[in-house]
Every structure is written in structure tokens, then in C-alpha cells.
Write a protein that binds this ligand. Structure first.
Ligand code: ADP
Ligand code: MG
Ligand code: MG
Length: 916
């Protein structure tokens, strides 16, 4: 027991910043969240930031565990000190009727979650304080507008007043629209002070009516309510969806930032905006961003008004895209550089300083209050995959980061976007542009129009490609956005919710296509008198902002120079090689372009589905006896040999691993009667005979049935034919001067003797051919390790094997006992309930399945130190699994052609991360 007088060390829950000092810094993201840590850091750098304090993520955890009352008591004293700190710097008082302190309450987790958590602005206002604000600022309209905004936000975020159904509009906006109609004005800005006073009353009444609660007048009560709401929002559904999409653990929690308000909506010498130190879409090294005069931060994000560009150059480019003349641009949409040159220069200097300080592209929020610049946030900016690559390579060239950092800067998953389709250039020529919006997130997409996120989800389940069309998107739409092929919004700028989220997802998006009118009730969109219904096809070009009528064919992109440079760098630091899974010369050629170093898995059965090959295949399966089978196999031999020649020639002297026939035979048989009749006619037998044979082939558990090497053992003539095709093809291409070393792989081994039996058969067949041809070719024999038993007995198998290839799809299936074909019934529920952290078929289960891999690696090498080791399951293209493969010491991974660059980068990152 602790001595009586031992002081209990109290946990510090609140960290203050302001006036060039801060208790926190950028390193403290885990405790202070990204926003809070960076607000502290900016203070230390002397960047103008309104003072404030951060309530830690530990407080969030305590709130979740012990509830509101406990936490409020635990932080009461510190919160009072925090507010006093703000009062002292600002010279104002919280809740004062003369000179009130107003604050924002902002959420901020470790990593930025755009729009996920809710922010309340202008907190501290009540019927008294609004008078004080009005007198102090000399702008009573501004004061009442601030009050109106506060009641609206607080009512929504804290008191939970939302639209009643998805077709309904926001109830506050409905009241605002009514007021505007009554006044005959089009714009919020045209409402008068007395209109706003009425709105505040109406809002409060609405809140009372709907929630049964009075709007709180005590600022401390408001503050506690807002802080609690932020902590609550950590567990709301949209935050959960975002977390699961981005692999953010639940226990991280969010911090709360309480900060003195500054006003971009004070007058016309005020503004608010968002800026990027480089182009988040293309990566170009060009300071850019948008702002609105006389507006508060949320106006920019909501995309209600058309924002202006910060730089003159950006403004000119924007006008050209939007087909706006220079006169109109200068008149109606001038840049910040033109209208507030001094503030602009200060902002540009800060932008450079922050980018250099963080050595990464920054995304800034700023507000200008009556000509004075304030920075409200900085963070490493989200960017497209293309921008990631360009910025990493540019920063390397500019000497800002070193090679290793450049390699680590690019998220391998995001490379996908650079490999994404673009429109077929001929198809696009005749395509009809129906509207033009902003190029919010690059790529090409084609799909059927849906208007609601949940429809996008259900259509996706039926494999229908969709374009989600909305007036604007909100965080509720996240899940639908993630499954749609593309996103189109009528409102919103480059920093609107739709744009930011789409870029984050690497999804094609066109935002702010103002010509489009969406009618949610009728489920139609109208452009220029033309109406599109739900289900109609449209296409989007997220790189130009063009919206097209109809379905347009897409095609593969060209790989750019920066991409090539990054890949070269990746290869410089990698140990693990990347091969591809390919069954055709075309796939192999694609994979070669993407830098594959060989074929790690050729599934021979895929060759049998092509064209006329399926006929002799079926004859073979349905043959009554061995003679019948051999006749059919002779026909197949011709095809297979040709296929292998093609593969070997394409791969030149790179290794090619060929797996012997693996799937259960019933997969090749027609299941409809018409197909069965056809085959009966072909073979000259009755339909009954065929039906009986099919009945005979039926298995209760085909995946654990008559397949893999069990086929080769029961029907040795199949193995013989395949080996003959491989060896003869190898001899043929050897004649052409190609150095080919085929690797013959025996699937689904569990007994040492199974492998040995097949191995003997392969060798005997090869020797026969060598004798026939009077010539030899080098080849290897190995096995797939895909049953737990094979993994355990690896040291008995390996002395006879040249290589092992881990077939982690089957190994996962057999280790968990999950049938891959049936797992969709329970896997989603397991994931949702947190019984699984991720789908084990996507990312390797490192402890269970991975444990077996590790055992097999150790024992395999013990039995044969020269054993070559690879992995060829779906996991080969999954970055976390690639990292695992590196750590257990595999020689290579093999994945589908399009994932080769992803695996190469992931392999390099694995080397770098595990360097120390
Ligand atoms: P998010 O993480 O969703 O961007 P923020 O907390 O950054 O939420 O705030 C939302 C908006 O409110 C931003 O535009 C921000 O600049 C603005 N804002 C936040 N705090 C203040 C403040 N103290 N004064 C003025 N504007 C603020
Ligand atoms: Mg923000
Ligand atoms: Mg398998």
C-alpha cells in the first residue's frame, strides 16, 4: 500500500496555447490529436493562431469509460484555468454582456478525419452576450448572424436536431428559406438584423418543440454540452465507418480544441479560406486555394457560395476552365492576391514556412478578420495517388527529403489510381458533354445514376456500377461514396466535402456542376432541359470536370515519368522480389510493364476455359475410361503447349511457375441441360450417360474434395499431359535462344508421399521427352504449401523440392475452417462486431496463418537451405501482408498484374521500416 501522504499524481487533461507559447507540440499527436498538436506547434513557430486549449484524447477515453459527469468533474478546474487563459489574452470575459469571449469547440483525432467530427462555432453567445458582441464590433447584423449560426450549429451538433428523413431538408435551412422568400431576397447575406433576430427565436422554438429542451443560456453549460458532443461523435456511425474504411483503431479517441473565435464574417475586409501548399490533385508545386469574403469557415466547406481563388494564377486558370472572361473574373471573382495583397503576401510566406517546417505538403485553414490574418489549422494535406508520387519525387529533387523518405511518402494502396482507366480516346470524341463542374478528383468513371448513398450501396451489391449524384454530399454519404464508381455534385468547390472525401478515397469526382438540378423526390437530374432518371448511364472525367451523357468505354493509363522514378527508387531499397499471377501472355505482358520479375503462379485450369479448349476438357472429364481420357488429353496437349510457349516467350528468361491442375472437375461441366445435351451430342452418348457422370462428380465439400494433387494421383495421365506440354514448350523456346527454366508446382500437398509420387511422375515424363527429342532443358519441381499439414512437415518435403509457394488463400481457408465461398454470410458480421480486425482473405492473419507460414519457412530451410520461398495468394498484393512476407524472410511475393507496383512499393517500404 502507498504511504498515506503520497500525493496522487493528477492526470493532466488540458494543454494551453496562445501568444507564441504552447504546452504542447507537433510530436504530441497521440495525446492532443493532429489539429491540437499542430496548433501548439504553430504557436511555437510564431504563426498567428487564436489562443486556445486542447482537451486530451485521454479525456475522451475516460469519457467513454466513465461517462459525462465523471469527466466534467475531473477536468473542471483545468477547464476554468483554460478559459481564464483565453480571457486574459483576448481581454474578454466568458458570458460577459459587455465584452464576451466567444470560442469554437473543435474535434481533432490523431489523424485528420475530414468532416467526421462536429465543430461548434461562436459558443458563448446568449441574449446578453449578443448585445455585447454587437456593441463591441459595431456590427449588429454580424453579431446576430453569429448568434443565428451558433444556435443552428449547436442545435444540430449538440442537441441533435437533424432532418427527419433523407428526403427532407435541414429544418433550420427550411426556416431560413422561408424567411428569404418572405423578404424576397435570394441570399443569406441580404437578411437584415431583425430577420436574424426572428430566426434565432424561431430556431430556439423549433429546438424546444422537437427536443423538449430549452436552448442553454449559460456559456459553461454550452461548453460542457459541446465538449461532450465531440466525445460522443467519436462513436457516431459516420466516424465508425470512416475508421473502418481507414483502419483507425477505436481506442485512439479524439481530442477537443477550444479556441478563441476570429471572424471572417465581420465585414467585407474579412474572409475565410482553405489553402494547399501544392496542388492536391496533380501534385504541381503551386500554392493554391479558395476563399470567401465575409464568411465563416463552414461556408467554404459547405460549398454554398462559389469561392474565389487565392492566387492570381490560380484564379486565371479557374476562370479559363469555367469559361469565364477576364473582365468578369476581375469584377466578380478576383483573387486574394488582387484584393488584399498584403494579407496575401503574409499568407504566402507562412505557407512556405510551414511546408519547409513539416517537409510535406500542407493543407491550411485561415481566416482574415478585418484585414488581420489568422491561421486556424495546418496538416499534411490529403492528396491523390498521382499527387503523392509527384510531390514525393519533387521534394526529393528539391532536396527537402531524402530517397528513403520519398519511398515511404507514398501509400502503396494509392498507386492504384495511377493505374486506373482513362476514357478511350476515340469513344470520347463522339461523347456528348452535358455539364461541366470542377475537376475535384481525377480519373474516369462510367455508371448508372443514383441519388442516394444507400442506393449506391445496394446497387453495388448487385454489381451495378453507379455514379452517385447529389446536390452536395455530407458525411452520412460516406459508405455510398466508397462503393460508387464516381461522384457528381451540383454544388461545392474544390474543398467541399465531396471533393475532399473523394480525393481521400482516390475516387473520380466532379463537384460544383451548377447546371445540374437534382430532384430527390422524383429521383431525376435535369440539365439544360434534359432529364436523367435513376439508372440512366452517365460518365465523369474527374481530371477535367466534364460530365458526359451515356456509357463511355475506359482504357488503361500511360505510366508517367515520376512513377517510373519512384518505382526505380523502390527497387533500390527492396529485398523481396515481386512476381505476378498470370495465365495468359497478355496478363504477363501487363505485369512486365508494371515491373514483375517473373510469374509466381500460372493457373493452368484457366487456360481450359478459353474458347474451344473447354470441349476436349469436358470430354476428358466425362470419359468412361483411361483410353477415353487420353484421347481427349491429346487434344488438350496441343493447346497447352502453345499456351506455355506464349508465356515463356513473353517472360523471356524470367522464372515461370506453373501449377498443375487444381480445381475440382465439376467446375468445368455445364450445369444447364442445353449445355449437357450439346456435350452428349459431341461425344456421341446419351444425355443420361452425361447426367449420371455429373452426378458421380458431385461432392459435398468440393474445396476439400477431389482436387489438387489428388487429381494428378488418381488420373496420372493428366499430370503427364501437362508436364509434356510444359517441357516440350520449354524445349521449343530454348531453340530460339530463350533461357527458360520452368518451375512445375504440385498443388494441395498434405502428405510427403503425395509430393514424391507426383515428383517421380514429373521426372519420368520429362526424361521420356528428353530421350525422344535427344535434348534437355533445365526445370524445377516444387510444391504449394496450402494445407496446415504441409506447413508442419515442411522439413520432410523440402529436401526433395526446389521451391515452396505459399498458397495463402487455401491456407487461410483451411486454417480458419472458413469456406471462402460461404464466408460472406458471416465475415461482415464478424468484422462489424470486431471479432476480426480485417478480412483474413485480404490481409494475412499474421499469428495463425502467418504462424504456419513462419514454421514452414524455418522447417523448409532446415530441410533444404537452398529452398526458394514465395507467396502467391491474394495477399501478395496487400501491403500489410507484403510487410509480413518480408519479415519472415520470403524471397518473393506474387500478385495480380495490377497490384505489382503496389507490391513493389510495399516491399521497399517493408525493407525500410524493418531496417533498424
Ligand atoms: P474540420 O476538422 O471539420 O475542418 P474545424 O474544427 O477545423 O473542423 O472547423 C470547422 C470550420 O470552422 C473551419 O473552417 C475552421 O476554420 C472554422 N473555425 C474553427 N475554429 C474557429 C475559430 N476559433 N475562429 C474562426 N473560425 C474557426
Ligand atoms: Mg478543419
Ligand atoms: Mg490452392
Amino acid at each position: 500500500m502507498a504511504p498515506k501522504d503520497a500525493k496522487t499524481v493528477k492526470t493532466k487533461y488540458i494543454y494551453t496555447f496562445g501568444d507564441g507559447n504552447a504546452e504542447g507540440n507537433a510530436q504530441m499527436k497521440n495525446l492532443l490529436g493532429g489539429k491540437g498538436a499542430n496548433l501548439c506547434e504553430m504557436n511555437r513557430l510564431g504563426v498567428p493562431v487564436p489562443p486556445g486549449f486542447v482537451i486530451t484524447t485521454e479525456a475522451c477515453t475516460r469519457y467513454t469509460e466513465k461517462g459525462r459527469e465523471d469527466l466534467m468533474e475531473a477536468i473542471r478546474e483545468e477547464m476554468e484555468q483554460g478559459i481564464a487563459h483565453l480571457e486574459q489574452i483576448m481581454g474578454t470575459r466568458f458570458g460577459d454582456r459587455e465584452n464576451p469571449l466567444l470560442i469554437s469547440v473543435r474535434s481533432g483525432a490523431r489523424v485528420s478525419m475530414p468532416g467526421m467530427m462536429d465543430t461548434v462555432l461562436n459558443l458563448g453567445l446568449n441574449d446578453d452576450a449578443v448585445e455585447g458582441l454587437s456593441q463591441r464590433s459595431g456590427e449588429s447584423r454580424f453579431a446576430w448572424d453569429a448568434y443565428r449560426r451558433f444556435v443552428q450549429m449547436y442545435g444540430d451538433v449538440v442537441m441533435g436536431l437533424k432532418p427527419e428523413s433523407k428526403e427532407d431538408e435541414d429544418p433550420f435551412e427550411v426556416l431560413i428559406d422561408e424567411m428569404k422568400k418572405k423578404r424576397g431576397v435570394a441570399n443569406d447575406n441580404q437578411l437584415t438584423t431583425s430577420d436574424l433576430k426572428k430566426l434565432v427565436l424561431q430556431f430556439k422554438e423549433l429546438i424546444l418543440q422537437r427536443t423538449g429542451e430549452e436552448f442553454p443560456t449559460d456559456p459553461w453549460e454550452q461548453l460542457q454540452g459541446a465538449v461532450s458532443a465531440v466525445f460522443e461523435s467519436w462513436n457516431n456511425e459516420r466516424a465508425q465507418v470512416y475508421r473502418s474504411l481507414n483502419g483507425i483503431p477505436e481506442h485512439w479517441g479524439t481530442a477537443v480544441n477550444v479556441q478563441a473565435m476570429v471572424y471572417g464574417n465581420l465585414n467585407d475586409n474579412s474572409a475565410t479560406g482553405v489553402a494547399f501548399t501544392r496542388d492536391a490533385g496533380t501534385g504541381e508545386d503551386l500554392f493554391n486555394g479558395e476563399f470567401l469574403v465575409n464568411a465563416q469557415g463552414e461556408d467554404v466547406v459547405a460549398g454554398i457560395r462559389t469561392p474565389q481563388q487565392i492566387t492570381l494564377e490560380g484564379s486565371r486558370r479557374w476562370a479559363e476552365l469555367a469559361k469565364i472572361t477576364e473582365e468578369v473574373r476581375r469584377e466578380k471573382y478576383p483573387s486574394l492576391e488582387e484584393i488584399m495583397p498584403e494579407v496575401y503576401r503574409e499568407l504566402a510566406a507562412i505557407e512556405t514556412r510551414l511546408e519547409n517546417h513539416y517537409a510535406d505538403m500542407q493543407d491550411l485553414e485561415f481566416t482574415i478578420q478585418d484585414g488581420k490574418l489568422w491561421i486556424l489549422q495546418t496538416r499534411n494535406g490529403k492528396r491523390t495517388g498521382a499527387a503523392m508520387v509527384k510531390i514525393a519525387v519533387d521534394m526529393l529533387n528539391q532536396g527537402m527529403i531524402d530517397e528513403k523518405t520519398a519511398v515511404l511518402r507514398v501509400d502503396p494502396h494509392r498507386l492504384d489510381e495511377l493505374l486506373h482507366p482513362v476514357f478511350d480516346p476515340t469513344a470520347i470524341k463522339s461523347a456528348n458533354v452535358i455539364a461541366k463542374g470542377l475537376p475535384a478528383s481525377p480519373g474516369a468513371a462510367t455508371g448508372q445514376v443514383v441519388f442516394f448513398a444507400d442506393d449506391a450501396e445496394s446497387w453495388a451489391e448487385n454489381n451495378k456500377p453507379t455514379i452517385l449524384v447529389r446536390m452536395e454530399t455530407s458525411p452520412e454519404d460516406l459508405r455510398g461514396m466508397s462503393v460508387a464508381k464516381g461522384i457528381l455534385t451540383a454544388r461545392g468547390g474544390m474543398t467541399s466535402h465531396a471533393a475532399v472525401v473523394a480525393r481521400g478515397m482516390g475516387k473520380c469526382c466532379v463537384s460544383g456542376a451548377g447546371a445540374i438540378h437534382v430532384d430527390y423526390r422524383a429521383r431525376t437530374m435535369t440539365v439544360d432541359g434534359q432529364t436523367f432518371r435513376e439508372g440512366d448511364w452517365i460518365s465523369l472525367n474527374g481530371s477535367t470536370g466534364e460530365v458526359y451523357e451515356g456509357r463511355i468505354i475506359t482504357q488503361e493509363p500511360a505510366l508517367s515519368g515520376d512513377f517510373g522514378k519512384l518505382m526505380k527508387l523502390a527497387d533500390k531499397y527492396t529485398r523481396l522480389e515481386v512476381r505476378t499471377n498470370a495465365d495468359t501472355p497478355e496478363d504477363a505482358a501487363t505485369a512486365l510493364r508494371f515491373g514483375a520479375r517473373g510469374i509466381g503462379l500460372c493457373r493452368t485450369e484457366h487456360m481450359f476455359f478459353e474458347g474451344e479448349r473447354i470441349i476436349p476438357m469436358r470430354e476428358m472429364i466425362l470419359a468412361a475410361d483411361e483410353t477415353g481420357r487420353r484421347t481427349a488429353l491429346d487434344k488438350l496437349l496441343v493447346f497447352q503447349r502453345e499456351d506455355f510457349r506464349g508465356l515463356f516467350e513473353t517472360m523471356h528468361d524470367l522464372p515461370v511457375t506453373i501449377r498443375l491442375l487444381d480445381p475440382p472437375l465439376h467446375e468445368f461441366i455445364p450445369h444447364d441441360e442445353a449445355g449437357q445435351r450439346e456435350i452428349a451430342d459431341d461425344m456421341g452418348v446419351s444425355l443420361e450417360v452425361i447426367k449420371d457422370k455429373i452426378e458421380e462428380l458431385k461432392e459435398a465439400n468440393p474445396m476439400m474434395g477431389h482436387r489438387g494433387c489428388r487429381l494428378g494421383i488418381t488420373y496420372p495421365e493428366i499430370t503427364e499431359m501437362q508436364v509434356r506440354a510444359i517441357i516440350e514448350a520449354a524445349l521449343d523456346v530454348k531453340m530460339k535462344g530463350i533461357r527458360v527454366i520452368p518451375e512445375i508446382m504440385v498443388p494441395l500437398v498434405s502428405k510427403v508421399k503425395e509430393f514424391e509420387a507426383q515428383k517421380n511422375l514429373i521426372e519420368a515424363t520429362a526424361e521420356t521427352i528428353f530421350a525422344e527429342r535427344n535434348e534437355r532443358v533445365e526445370y524445377q519441381i516444387g510444391t504449394m504449401v496450402e494445407t496446415p499439414r504441409a506447413a508442419m512437415l515442411a522439413d520432410y518435403i523440402s529436401p526433395n523440392a526446389h521451391f515452396f509457394s505459399f498458397g495463402t488463400n487455401d491456407l487461410t481457408q483451411m486454417t480458419f475452417g472458413y469456406s471462402r465461398d460461404d464466408a460472406s454470410k458471416f465475415l461482415p458480421i464478424y468484422l462489424k462486431q470486431g471479432l476480426l480486425d480485417h478480412d483474413p482473405f485480404e490481409e494475412i492473419d499474421q499469428y495463425g496463418v502467418g504462424g504456419l507460414v513462419q514454421i514452414a519457412v524455418e522447417r523448409g530451410r532446415k530441410g533444404n537451405p537452398n529452398l526458394s520461398l514465395g507467396l502467391c495468394g491474394e495477399h501478395g498484393g496487400n501491403p500489410a501482408s507484403v510487410d509480413f512476407c518480408h519479415r519472415v524472410g520470403l524471397d518473393y511475393v506474387s500478385c495480380s498484374p495490377y497490384r505489382v507496383p503496389i507490391a513493389r512499393l510495399a516491399a521497399a517500404q517493408a525493407s525500410l521500416k524493418n531496417e533498424k
